[in-house]
Design a protein around this ligand. Structure first.
Ligand code: FES
Length: 199
């Protein structure tokens, strides 16, 4: 499809989505990546963005745009969640004491509901958007020991499935968790917490 006629923001998000889709396409077990655009009016205001996650299956990732940034929503499987406790020694800030997230995401899963992860998809080193490498093992391309997470090809930073940064990589802190909350079991709002206000 030609890029002509697509506004620059949409073109950028499509590029992100296409890149991740290609990653997913290479591996049978890899997650399917969906994308959603907020309305032009919501984008202009930097307003909170409501997202329908009813079709987000376990192991899948959805990308939305909020304030011009990609926000990732991952429906983590039980196996993905189990990997987190095993990585406490490998990550630099296991309890997210030096990282940015709302108070309600200061826990091991860095989320309100354990299975639903919400992250700003921007590397905390110099701002590249890391690649989703959600599958574990050699199929990820990151070695047999890889437990699933995100890889920033710019300078090699690695993050686990809670966005926690591995030790000895350039990124100084965990990926940012934005303010968010649940409007219902299948609807999330990015940019504010419905009960706590903008956090
Ligand atoms: S921008 Fe991600 S490692 Fe440098």
């Amino acid at each position: 499809m030609s890029g002509q006629g697509i506004d620059p923001t949409r073109r950028r998000l499509l590029a992100v989505t296409t890149g991740l889709g290609l990653v997913g396409a290479g591996f049978a077990a890899a997650p399917f990546v969906l994308s959603m655009m907020p309305s032009a009016r919501a984008r202009a205001r930097g307003a909170p963005v409501a997202v329908d996650i009813s079709k987000l299956e376990p192991g899948q990732m959805l990308i939305v745009e909020w304030r011009g940034k990609p926000v990732w929503i991952v429906n983590r499987t039980a196996e993905m969640l189990a990997s987190l406790a095993q990585l406490d020694e490998a990550v630099a800030d296991p309890r997210s004491e030096d990282s940015i997230q709302p108070v309600y995401a200061i826990n091991e899963a860095r989320s309100i509901k354990p299975e639903i992860l919400v992250l700003v998809g921007i590397c905390t080193h110099l701002g590249c958007s890391p690649l989703a490498k959600l599958v574990s093992g050699a199929a990820s391309g990151l070695g047999r020991e890889w437990r699933g997470g995100f890889f920033c090809p710019c300078h090699g930073s690695k993050f686990d499935l809670a966005g926690r940064v591995y030790k000895n990589v350039p990124a100084p802190t965990n990926l940012v968790v934005p303010p968010y909350g649940f409007l219902s079991d299948t609807r999330i709002i990015i940019g504010e917490h419905p009960e706590k206000g903008i956090a």
